[in-house]
Design a protein around this ligand. Sequence first.
Ligand code: P6P
Length: 338
Amino acid sequence: MNSKLARVVTIERFIMDQERLHPEATGELSNLLYDIALAAKIINSHVRMAGLADILGSSGSINVQGEVVQKLDEFANETMKHALHHTGRVCVLASEEDEAPIPTPAGYPSGKYAVLYDPLDGSSNIDVNVSIGTIFSIHRRVTQQGEPGTLVDCLQSGRRQVAAGYVLYGSSTVMVYTTGHGVHGFTYDPTIGEFLLSHPNIATPPVGMYYSVNESNFPRWDPRVQALVKRYKGLDSDYAGKNSRYIGSLVADFHRNLLAGGVFAYPADVKSPRGKLRLLYECAPLALICEQAGGYASDGGCAILDVAPEELHQRSPLYVGSRDDVRLAEAMLADAPP
Ligand code: P6P
């Protein structure tokens, strides 16, 4: 037995151990999570090559040019589709990159899960080598088993998710997910091509060190939002201020705050009256992860997980992270115009 393997827990092993805790489990969700982990490994390999596209492409020495030059978020989108749609585990996919849901192609069995995802969030940061991420949300289908999945299977509130997770392509590549039994993080070891358990049972502090918001939007915010951010900054005498950290890449900002404690805010403003971020495949999966880690996520008026979606790509204001910091946002925004 390889001594290294004797000490580490791969994501596959962890998923299996988790499945054994649920005798009723069929293994389909476990296999679906493996499929996503595989897609993450493939996307990771291309994200790591992105900076070399011009160099390698000009030499023509390897065919990476065709793959890496392809916009990475399109590549990530296709990779997620190819990893998922033929497995018989999903009935429909919904992607930030596609206007309409993607039912399982004809000729493939239609499974019991709907997977919604942002294949590569923050992809505008690729050219400047800033961390980016994949976010996914998994629902059990609500339409007839065996039939192609539809939009109805996608338009479910966040509270009904059976699993949610993200992959952060940062200084290392980390996959974090929950199936409703805690939040667990896995760091990719490229020497063996495996995600290894590195952050079991993540818990986020009730009050955070950081606040994360794009302060250049200050003039566009409702006065209550302006007062809230001033409070986070410590400009309100009886409230200790937080450190400002804003990367401009949702998964990176979220992950730091999840581990260290903090609040991320993307408020509604006069230019984006429903906020910028997408409810179903950005806000809702991160909200489930955050709540499972002891935090909270709100649209400023109610829990993100309780918002009933009306459209596939609908946007939502988002306040997510340390529980007390997000509750403060709700208290200070009470009765704020939607
Ligand atoms: P802004 C990236 O484009 C993204 O969708 C998220 O990853 C990030 O949190 C947000 O937009 C940043 O938006 O308006 O501050 O540049």
